[in-house]
Design a binder for this molecule. Structure first.
Ligand SMILES: Nc1ncnc2c1ncn2[C@@H]1O[C@H](COP(=O)(O)OP(=O)(O)OP(=O)(O)O)[C@@H](O)[C@H]1O
Ligand SMILES: [Mg+2]
Length: 236
């Protein structure tokens, strides 16, 4: 379970991007985080794993409270796939990029190998394993970044714009993969149809605050969505 209480987070230039957020996400829930550009979606995800500094408030994952001493433990529990895959991929070979997190957790190499093979297969990217991340297309990079996080099997999976750059087939396979995962998920996205398909709950952010929190059926509510400068899914 993820518990966020009174979380306020700022960037070094003093921009307050997360402003007093209270949010509880129960085990197995799948939450879409939506809102216009600059609403604070990415910043909230970064604050949950302690990448940006919280000024005040509490983040707790499965009973572990985020703090300087627990940052490592928190990152084991919460896997974040970054909005920009270039922020996440840095090894010369894709295989090593996907294995990196697992190796960091001290997993034996046999197990690392099995996990990497499994996740490459699940995301239909086994053909990329020997390539360099620098030389991939945007969609391929995103799939590799996702694989690196899935391989660690975190109890909380946080995805930032996971369908960006994906073609139809890759997007479909991502939907199917996510639906099969029993983990708790928080997905920041502008892809409202994707959110409706994968998530049972939707949270709308505005100016770093939670404006609306409800069932994902609200994604079909034209009036509500347009109030937050978002586009509802067409019915029918
Ligand atoms: N590195 C940074 N330093 C300072 N301010 C930042 C930084 N990154 C983002 N911000 C600011 O924080 C606020 C929230 O940005 P954030 O990236 O969290 O929005 P978002 O909802 O993820 O937007 P998008 O839909 O464009 O991805 C914005 O005002 C933004 O300008
Ligand atoms: Mg963002």
């Amino acid at each position: 379970m993820l518990t966020i209480q009174g979380l306020t987070a700022i960037y070094p230039d003093k921009t307050k991007a997360v402003d007093g957020i209270d949010l509880i996400v129960n085990d197995g829930e799948s939450v879409a985080l939506i809102g216009e550009n600059g609403a604070g979606k990415t910043s909230l995800l970064l604050a949950v794993v302690g990448v940006i500094e919280s000024l005040s408030g509490v983040v707790e994952i499965d009973g572990v409270r985020l703090g300087k001493k627990t940052a490592g433990e928190i990152r084991k529990k919460a896997g974040l796939v970054f909005q920009n895959p270039d922020d996440q991929l840095f090894m010369p070979l894709i295989y090593d990029d996907i294995a990196f997190g697992c190796r960091n957790l001290g997993m034996p190499e046999d197990e690392v190998k099995a996990r990497v093979a499994d996740v490459l297969d699940r995301l239909n990217i086994a053909h990329l394993r020997g390539r360099s991340p620098l030389k991939l297309s945007g969609g391929e990079k995103r799939a590799v970044a996702m694989a690196a996080v899935l391989a660690m099997n975190p109890s909380l999976l946080m995805l930032d714009e996971p369908t960006a750059f994906l073609d139809h087939r890759a997007r479909r396979s991502l939907v199917e993969t996510l639906k099969k995962l029993s983990q708790t998920k928080i997905i920041a996205t502008h892809d409202i149809a994707f959110a409706a398909e994968v998530c049972d709950r939707a949270v709308i952010l505005k100016d770093g605050k939670i404006a609306v929190d409800g069932a994902s059926s609200l994604l079909y509510d034209e009036k509500l969505m347009s109030d937050y400068r978002l586009e509802a899914i067409a019915k029918g």
